[in-house]
Design a protein around this ligand. Sequence first.
Ligand code: NDP
Length: 449
Amino acid sequence: MALENRYLREVYEQVCKKDPDQKEFQQAVYEVLQSFEPVIVKTPALFENGLLERLVEPERLVTFRVAWVDDRGKTQVNRAFRCQFNSAIGPYKGGLRFHPSVNTSIIKFLGFEQIFKNSLTGLPMGGGKGGSDFDPKGKSDVEVMRFAQAFMTEMSKYIGADTDIPAGDIGVGAREIGYLFGQYKRIRNEFTGVLTGKGLAFGGSLVRKEATGYGLLYFVQEALATMRNETMKDKITVISGSGNVALYAAEKAQQLGARVVAMSDSAGFIYDPNGVRVEVVKQLKEVERARISKYAELVPGSEYHEGCRRIWQIPCDVALPCATQNELDGEDAKALLKNGVIAVCEGANMPCTPEAVDAFLAEKIVFSPGKASNAGGVATSGLEMCQNSERCCWTAEEVDTRLQQIMISIFHNVFDAAKEYGMEGNLVAGANIAGFLKVASAMQAQGIF
Ligand code: NDP
């Protein structure tokens, strides 16, 4: 779909002209701008003072070198980033990704999405993102520690508990957050809530580890109930990935009565018609750091298939892409729709290509963008920040109850915004609009910056 409004089109063209090689960032901006067509007609004042030109330009983007020494004594050099995209409604907040594919475009796309996601949570958090092209796979624990320490030595200059609070993302789990936190404390001699996703022994929150996956299912549950009068009970469910988001999405889906029949990693997928044994996948991925292929060796009746794309050919009622960006394309969407999928909800950030999103919206199935349905992770990070500021710890029940309330409220804000702007059932438009309205009014109120 082309952008009809001239201002929206010009802003998008400028983004493409300024950074022609940043395809993921362009994709994210386009998807958001598309949703603003009815908003600009209804409330043009919100777009005054170059609002959109400011919105698409990060407030600050730091690129830095990370030099570290591997186990053979050889010096390695990686490139790292911290993008402080928008602080209109709170300090920058967003994860760190360690993966060889990390570059400026990926970090900017993730930081941009984070602005709207954080706004949707209802908590006072601005948008940011960071990471490095470092690949933790195949590295020893000590190498990961040395890298994390070198990374934090530089990043510590730009972050702070009231300025910018990073967390985990792909390749950055509990182990990495521990090393990063230790180094920050060493450099600053401060015990602060500067990172979230911390270990429970040093300021972490109960349920943070589970929050993105659990939150996704709370969102799906509310969407199915409101839009289709259905529940997750007995729904055949396919989940891509087997990392933090996917594992806890699978666990909660099963608790809600669904049958999860497939999961994947970057090498291939497992199919288990009897229902994936999540505790086995957890042991393999969280403890042994093994490949998911090993599951088929351990669990009779299951199969392993090389390559992850064909996971979307498996007939299912609910599909939850929880691995990475652009992992589900137009052809995959056609296969899912042909097999009767009723809901596709993103656990990862932008896992569906624009063609896939258009296909789901055209068929009017339940489709939710990551910035709405995976917001439970950052929301619980926000709750971790509250606990750190109060110097206290809430019970798992308390955090989980708040997470559920936040996800239900996100769904209804998104659903209602879409309806108000004449696009009932379009959760993509609803999420962009609901997230934007708050950020835009905060930016206008604070003067031009
Ligand atoms: P993890 O590193 O824990 O897991 C990532 C999973 O995706 C792994 O199974 C990995 O396989 C797979 N994967 C990674 N890259 C690719 C690829 N190029 N192709 C296919 N599979 C791939 O990350 P998370 O679970 O934390 O994050 C997953 C997604 O969710 C990301 O998009 C992230 O931005 C998003 N997200 C995460 C949040 C969080 O709280 N962690 C919050 C909100 C969003 P392998 O093991 O082989 O690498």
